[in-house]
Write a protein that binds this ligand. Structure first.
Ligand SMILES: C[S@@+](CC[C@H](N)C(=O)[O-])C[C@H]1O[C@@H](n2cnc3c(N)ncnc32)[C@H](O)[C@@H]1O
Length: 303
């Protein structure tokens, strides 16, 4: 991949970047001057910039992402003194705990960033002709190409049902068609194949669920979340706050269950849930940033 060209596109793009539910995140995290901040999905620093602008505590704040392009973009905050870590958030959380780091605020804004999604080279979008890649971390071995062109039919079907919540009948048909047609060379070819095997009239593009499934599987998104959530209370200072934004029901279910279980531990509880029901974006935000439509924000405070 041409790093300089992609970086240039990213920089132009970032001028237009809008962090999702920023006002709501600020309302639940309540950043105060001098407080420390851990951003486990720092991306293009939409949230981080706003929060660090309020706390001005760069030195005790850590920004994590596993995407090299995001890390390159975060340089401007490193120059102000923030600590930037290229790592998956589970690995980063373990390292931070090992070193005894604790924070007043933690944010997890899950899933892919808009630049990852919008750049066809990354292969996340079924609307653009790209390679079957879908890795957030470009150094990772497993790609969508490997899954699509080499995994057995049964495994593909399982991935589509588990991570795309696809109807098993369609998942089977699509897996069958993939196995018959491979090698599949790119995202558009895959999207067309899926379309040809599903109902023409659906609210969303027929490839939406299959692409979501592949992306979640390739990046082990649910596994990362499941392993990291239990570490969050340990990473918070007393009275510290955590906010978690999810974009699909699989993630939101994990976050909801985790907070419910924590909250139900009585005197042993480490977290107090701040959002009985998830907060969602307002119509105004959705009209200017359609990606916000599926966002759900849950928050809790360390007891
Ligand atoms: C929705 S974006 C975050 C956007 C950011 N809040 C902003 O305002 O610019 C999610 C980011 O998290 C990163 N990410 C997702 N899962 C991750 C994981 N398990 N470990 C580290 N980074 C992850 C992605 O690479 C992406 O840059």
């Amino acid at each position: 991949m041409d790093f300089s060209l992609v970086s240039l596109c990213y920089n132009v793009y970032m001028e237009l970047h809008k962090p999702v539910m920023l006002n709501e995140v600020l309302a639940v995290l309540q950043p105060k001057s001098g407080e420390s901040y851990l951003d486990l999905t720092a991306g293009y620093a939409g949230h981080a910039k706003a929060i660090l602008g309020l706390t001005e505590n760069y030195k005790h704040s850590v920004l994590v992402d596993r995407d090299a392009f995001a890390i390159a973009h975060l340089r401007f905050l490193r120059e102000k003194g923030a600590n930037v870590m290229k790592n998956d958030f589970y690995g980063a959380a373990l390292k931070l705990l090992e070193c005894g780091n604790r924070f007043d605020m933690i944010l997890m804004d899950l899933g892919v960033s808009s630049p990852q999604f919008d750049l066809k080279e990354r292969g996340f979008s079924f609307a653009k002709d790209g390679k079957l890649d879908m890795r957030m971390d470009g150094t990772q071995e497993l790609t969508a190409e490997r899954v699509v062109n080499h995994f057995p039919k049964q495994k593909l079907m399982e991935i589509f049902v588990k991570y795309g919540e696809e109807n098993p009948k369609f998942a089977g048909k699509i897996a069958e068609a993939i196995v018959r047609q491979r090698p599949i060379s790119g995202t558009l070819e895959l999207a067309e194949l899926i379309k040809s095997k599903t109902h023409a009239y659906q609210k969303t593009h027929p490839a939406t669920r299959i692409f979501q499934a592949l992306r979640i599987f390739v990046n082990d998104e649910i596994g990362e979340l499941e392993k990291t959530l239990p570490l969050v209370p340990e990473l918070l200072l007393p009275a510290g706050r955590v906010a978690i934004i999810s974009f699909h029901s699989l993630e939101d279910r994990k976050v909801k269950e985790f907070l419910k279980t924590e909250g139900a531990r009585g005197l042993e509880a480490r977290l107090r849930v701040l959002t009985k029901t998830p907060m969602v974006a307002g119509e105004l935000e959705i009209s200017s940033n359609p990606r916000a439509r599926s966002a759900k924000l849950r928050a809790a405070a360390r007891v």
